[in-house]
Design a protein around this ligand. Structure first.
Ligand SMILES: O=c1ccn([C@@H]2O[C@H](COP(=O)(O)OP(=O)(O)O[C@H]3O[C@H](CO)[C@@H](O)[C@H](O)[C@H]3O)[C@@H](O)[C@H]2O)c(=O)[nH]1
Ligand SMILES: [Mn+2]
Length: 689
């Protein structure tokens, strides 16, 4: 029964970096006359829409597939190809059941002759041998029949990371090697820069169907200039470039191909640019060429590098547009594109160098690759001890050196000491004592009337007394006379006492001082000479206020003329005071005045009824509670025998205060505030009239 399913050549694209390879492969198959359709399996997370657009132009089937990643890529690192972490995705070929047979071809292969006969092989799985050791097949070209049995088996292995090299080749060899159909090496010729076997190449070269650029370097990553010799490898690379040039040399597809990138602005500025190029280059996003060897550039960092324009490439490709001064540019007609670069106004200053390059062109660029090492970080058993003695150690011997003296006075400088005023006063006190003693006559009684300088014996608290109260000009007679006249003419009641007054008495406790002689402007009146001022006298300090003056009970003595606390009833006293005042007023004004009202009695605050004054002994029974009842007053005798007639007690008006009083104290529900009720109809009538 003939199968209705198609046969296809299929390749795999995991990201944009292999796009040139996939396109060249497809073209090479078409160019060499394949009758089969072309399919590309791609992972949507790695292939851009621009790349897809290019693929769609060429491939018959664009098939998105799930990326299958090797989670244990240690072997890939051993192989130095960590970039192959996702080549397990190749096993999705087996689930493309819409196809009867797939001739899978790596994107880094080029067809020299389309191997369509492979579709007619009777074997379920065929592959060509890998070069060298070990005896395995290379998975760059495989002839397979999709089926889910193999797919799940391979997927299971992939999920468990079963692959001796960590990539698809290791996995597929482990699965198919015992049964695979070994194809001729000519279906997958893998010359490398290291091993080319030139004689064999020369002999068998005409039978080669497919070339395969294994390893990290691919033709499009090395540039067309890299391999121009006649070695088998370089000839194969030349084949790849021949296909590329046939289809893309003049087209807009330059990105991801080393040396082929043409930035948009340069295309526009070049007068030779074709109209087609201009249109396409404007439509396409700017794409640089990859610069790094693929095996060193992991996927993520590659993606970032897309946006990093390779400036050197730009410089290589097209001559730099030259800045021209305006005077220069005026001489010849310009295209519009050229005019963009002629905005340089150099008329006032020197023009920039003729061959100047764009700014920052030579800035160093460093790319850091992301680590793909999946081994989790393990902290070392022990970290080095922190350094000791990290604190500042104060030097044991002081490092300060007194600077050598420069000025003469520095050498004999007196030693600085701290001086307290008390010490100074004591010193002064002592020295003044000596002065006074020496100034006094031998016999104390023979006082000399001639002493004009006041010598005093100051106490430490009165240091100013140590100074003579005289000025140098005090003894000049003219000045003295003048002052005398001034004082004569002086008016007002300011009392000016003359220092000559012999009537000034000395306070008994004053220290013996000699009176200052003469009329001195600067004489300071003594305490007795000064007019007394109506100020509150300073309290006299008793020898011991809290000590000896207390009686045996520890009570302070009562003040003179003040009755004892026991005899003092404030309310009676207050009443008496009021009465006396009324009497005085009555006699003075000669009028009859109302007798004083008695202080109304109020109910005591709740709870305080029992409280009595600790000192006052009630002379009459308490009168709480009856405000209307006249309160008894104290008898005259009780008030110190003074003849004060008690006034007749009149009844008092009710107080206007209507507060809560004792009721409030009892926490009864007394309204503190209330909203007044609206006026009644009668009230309204009254109010409105
Ligand atoms: O970044 C990548 C890497 C790989 N591929 C695809 O995967 C294929 C395999 O990668 P490749 O660089 O061609 O590997 P080789 O250098 O050819 O290395 C060998 O080892 C690989 C891993 O086992 C096998 O897949 C190859 O067939 C085998 O030739 C490529 O052709 C592409 O189709 C991408 O699309 N993007
Ligand atoms: Mn390959």
């Amino acid at each position: 029964m003939a199968s209705s399913r198609e046969d296809v050549y299929a390749t795999l694209l995991l990201n944009d970096f292999y796009l040139p390879g996939a396109l060249v492969l497809a073209h090479s198959l078409r160019d060499t006359g394949t009758t089969r359709k072309l399919a590309v399996l791609y992972t949507a997370d790695g292939v851009s829409t621009d790349a897809l657009a290019e693929l769609k132009k060429l491939f018959d089937y664009i098939i998105p597939v799930e990326r299958i990643v090797n989670d244990t890529p240690a072997n890939l690192h051993l192989m130095d190809r960590p970039d192959l972490h996702s080549t397990f995705t190749k096993i999705t070929l087996w689930r493309q059941l819409q196809f009867r047979r797939i001739v899978y071809v790596d994107a880094d292969m080029v067809a020299i002759r389309a191997p369509d006969e492979l579709f007619d092989l009777p074997h379920a799985f065929s592959a060509a041998p890998d070069i060298g050791w070990p005896d395995i097949f290379n998975t760059g070209l495989m002839v397979l029949n999709p089926n889910m049995g193999d797919y799940y088996a391979l997927l299971g292995m992939a999920q468990r990371g079963i692959s001796f090299d960590g990539a698809d080749q290791g996995l597929l060899n482990m699965y198919f090697r015992p049964t695979y159909n070994r194809l001729s090496f000519t279906y997958n010729v893998t010359p490398s820069a290291h091993y080319q076997y030139l004689p064999a190449y020369r002999h068998f070269q005409s039978s080669i169907s497919m070339g395969h650029f294994i390893g990290p370097s691919k033709p499009w990553t090395q540039g067309r200039e890299a391999h121009k010799s006649f070695t088998p490898y370089d000839e194969m690379v030349g084949r790849w470039w021949a296909v590329y040039d046939r289809h893309y040399r003049e087209s807009a597809f330059q990105y991801h191909v080393k040396g082929e990138f043409k930035p948009v602005d340069i295309i526009i500025s070049s007068p030779e640019t074709t109209e087609a190029e201009q249109t396409i280059s404007q439509a396409l996003p700017m794409r640089p060429t990859i610069e790094q060897p693929l095996h060193e550039a992991p996927e993520l960092s590659k993606v970032t590098e897309i946006h990093d324009p390779p400036v050197q490439e730009v410089a290589e490709r097209e001559p730099e547009p030259r800045f021209e001064s305006q005077s220069e540019s005026q001489s010849q007609p310009q295209t519009e594109a050229e005019h963009q670069y002629s905005a340089w106004d150099a008329s006032s200053r020197a023009p920039p160098p003729v061959d100047s390059k764009p700014e920052a062109q030579n800035f160093p660029a460093t790319h850091y690759d992301m680590s793909f090492d999946p081994t989790p970080f393990k902290a070392p058993e022990r970290y080095p001890d922190p350094p000791k003695d990290m604190y500042y150690e104060v030097p044991k011997t002081p490092t300060y050196q007194k600077p050598t003296p420069i000025f003469p006075w520095e050498k004999d400088a007196p030693k600085a000491t701290r001086v307290f005023p008390e010490d100074k006063l004591e010193e002064l006190d002592e020295s003044l004592k000596d002065v006074v003693v020496s100034a006094r006559p031998e016999n104390e009684d023979e006082k000399s009337p001639e002493i004009t300088t006041a010598t005093v014996n100051p106490t430490p608290m009165e240091p100013w007394r140590a100074f003579p109260h005289a000025n140098a000009w005090d003894d000049i007679p003219e000045i003295e006379r003048y002052i005398g006249n001034l004082k004569k003419n002086r008016r007002g009641n300011v009392q000016v006492l003359h220092g000559t007054s012999s009537t000034v008495q000395q306070a008994p406790n004053e220290p013996s001082t000699t009176q200052i002689q003469g009329t001195k402007l600067t004489d300071f009146p003594t305490e007795l000479e000064r007019p007394s001022l109506p100020v509150t006298p300073a309290p006299i300090r008793r020898p011991s206020f809290w000590g000896e003056e207390r009686d045996e009970k520890g009570e302070l003595p009562g003040a003179e003329g003040v009755p004892s606390q026991e005899d003092w009833d404030p309310s009676v006293q207050l009443e008496q005071l009021a009465r006396r005042q009324s009497e005085v007023l009555a006699t003075k004004l000669g009028q009859d005045i109302e007798p004083p009202r008695q202080i109304p009695l109020r109910p005591l605050l709740f709870g305080s009824e029992q409280i009595t004054s600790p000192t006052y002994t009630a002379q009459h029974p308490p009168t709480s509670g009856k405000a209307a009842e006249p309160a008894p007053t104290q008898s005259v005798e009780e008030l110190g025998g003074k003849a004060v007639e008690p006034a007749p007690i009149q009844s008092m008006e009710e107080p206007s205060y209507k507060g809560p009083s004792a009721a409030w104290e009892k926490e009864e529900a007394v309204l503190a505030q209330e909203t007044p009720a609206p006026p009644s109809e009668e009230e309204k009538d009254v109010l409105e009239t």
